[in-house]
Design a protein around this ligand. Structure first.
Ligand code: SAH
Ligand code: SF4
Ligand code: F3S
Length: 467
């Protein structure tokens, strides 16, 4: 068993590219069985779940959303916030009960929690009925572990692995829009964040492998790719490549829409802005987390930029990229955040008029520097700040949506609306969600939609038939 070491960011000494193919002997050995998969985390986890599903389905398992029917339950966990653990442990209680009455029932834990040593210890001591814990670096070992069928608890977690896995196959959720990992890990070590500990050091895939994947997706009818990395624009530093060059090469494949998340302001270069501005198929949408508007807090967060530098970058993007939408992430109640610091955050939101923002109350993560910082703000005060921030954020999100009213926009129609089954849904180039009145056969196409109503979180629109 390899236990992760929370405190050491190991140097990268060697790097291996591993190619994996599921041995055909693995095919269908679990026919007639069912799996239940729950994903808790970010896009990275959602995409990892597509990999897990590929393995399970290649082994012959069928998906079920009724856990009582399942033979294999996989929980793909997230560790970004403290309360997430209670939810997973609560769910494990249910699994334990089901397992008692079900002789053919396996419980698999993966995702970012499985990279936390104290979580592994908890599972070993208190939850021995969990069959497999598998880390975020070695999901490709899942088929092997399932076939081995070890009667004892298997813990396979490779922390800080240098491996870059290529040729991963996915059972993708969508046939229209696909996630494409371009790098793994994060080296930023923002003081509040657990991700560098759970996802390891930054490691980039080779550009030719990424391009091959995008070309294959295009050939298979995909309209959109979203390049994924915790720090997506830091791509290539470890292999002597540049994100701007990669973006350009992806644009030249001719795939209709390209997006990328999440960008770190510190790594955003003028070259990247120029490439985004140059290619029509690179969407004018940038998710650019600011986290705080206070320079003092930004410093203690180890974000490596000031409010002024962020604003300069933001304004450059707005100037150079036609109709760009910019969204952000913000944390309130970071240890020691004064009301003055918070006012700086509100100020930056007012100056940027973001198209949207994900807002969070600071959550101390054990093992990170911020968890040890003195935090003297009450939860009540933090909640008050969050509420106030959300009002300002929503005001500007609504304002930016109102500007689109009565306009006719290009929308990629992705499916049937969650809220109203008689409607379709899709996304504008600027990543605004649109609920659409139109015929079902436009699903999967980029079509003209006239915007008829604008709210804070979505737009309504009508299909403009040009056929
Ligand atoms: N790599 C991305 C996403 C990180 S997680 C990035 O750098 O932006 C997504 C968001 O969760 C972060 O941007 C941050 O706003 C929030 N977050 C991360 N750790 C947190 C913590 N300990 N408490 C509260 N919010 C946190
Ligand atoms: Fe976390 Fe910062 Fe890395 Fe984002 S850039 S994943 S917030 S450490
Ligand atoms: Fe959560 Fe891990 Fe993503 S901690 S946010 S699932 S990288």
């Amino acid at each position: 068993m390899h236990l992760p070491d929370l405190n050491v960011a190991k140097d990268r000494t060697k790097k291996e590219n591993i190619y994996i193919d599921l041995n055909e002997n693995y095919n269908k050995v679990f026919s007639n069985k069912k799996y239940f998969l729950r994903t808790y985390g970010c896009q990275m986890n959602v995409h990892d779940s597509e990999q897990i599903r590929h393995y399970l389905e290649t082994l012959g398992l069928k998906s079920t959303d009724k856990i009582e029917e399942a033979n294999i339950v996989v929980l793909n966990t997230c560790a970004i916030r403290e309360n997430a653990r209670d939810k997973v442990v609560g769910f494990l209680g249910k699994c334990k009960y089901l397992k008692k009455n079900h002789e053919d029932f396996k419980i698999i834990l993966t995702g970012c929690m499985s990279e936390q040593p104290d979580f592994i210890e908890l599972i070993q001591k208190k939850h021995p009925y969990v069959d497999v814990v598998i880390g975020t670096h070695n999901i490709h070992q899942l088929p092997k572990l399932l076939i081995n069928n070890n009667p004892k608890q298997d813990i396979e977690v490779y922390s800080n692995s240098d491996e870059v896995i290529e040729n991963i196959q996915y059972a993708r959720d969508s046939k229209i829009s696909a996630w494409v990992n371009i790098m793994f890990g994060c080296d930023k070590f923002c003081t509040y964040c657990i991700v560098p500990y759970t996802r390891g050091r930054e490691r980039s895939r080779k550009p030719e492998e990424i391009i091959k994947e995008v070309k294959d997706l295009k050939k298979n009818g995909y309209k959109e790719v979203t390049l994924l990395g915790q720090n997506v624009n830091a791509y290539g530093k470890d292999i002597g490549e540049k994100f701007s060059d990669l973006l350009e090469k992806v644009a030249q494949t001719g795939i209709e829409r390209i997006r990328f998340v999440t960008s770190h302001p510190w790594n955003f270069t003028d070259e990247m802005i120029d490439v985004i501005a140059k290619y029509k198929n690179i969407m004018p949408y940038i998710h650019l987390p600011i986290q705080s508007g206070s320079n003092e807090i930004l410093k203690r967060m180890n974000r490596r930029y000031t409010k002024e530098e962020y604003l300069e970058l933001f304004n450059k993007m707005k100037k150079k990229i036609n109709n760009v939408s910019i969204t952000t992430d913000i944390i309130v109640g970071f240890p020691g955040e004064t009301d003055k610091d918070f006012q700086e955050t509100l100020d930056v939101v007012r100056k940027c008029e973001f198209d949207g923002a994900y807002t969070f109350i600071f959550s101390p993560r054990e093992g990170t520097p911020a968890a040890k910082m003195k935090d003297n703000i009450s939860l009540k005060e933090k909640e008050k700040r969050l509420h106030e921030l959300n009002e300002v954020v929503n005001y500007y999100a609504n304002k930016s949506n109102q500007k689109l009213l009565n306009k006719t926009l290009d929308v990629l129609v992705t499916g049937v609306s969650d809220k109203d089954n008689n409607k379709l849904c899709g996304y504008t180039e600027g990543m605004k969600l649109v609920n659409i009145s139109g015929p079902k056969d436009i699903i999967g196409s980029i079509v003209k939609i006239k915007i008829t109503d604008a709210k804070s979180f979505s737009l309504d629109g009508e299909y403009v038939d040009e056929r």
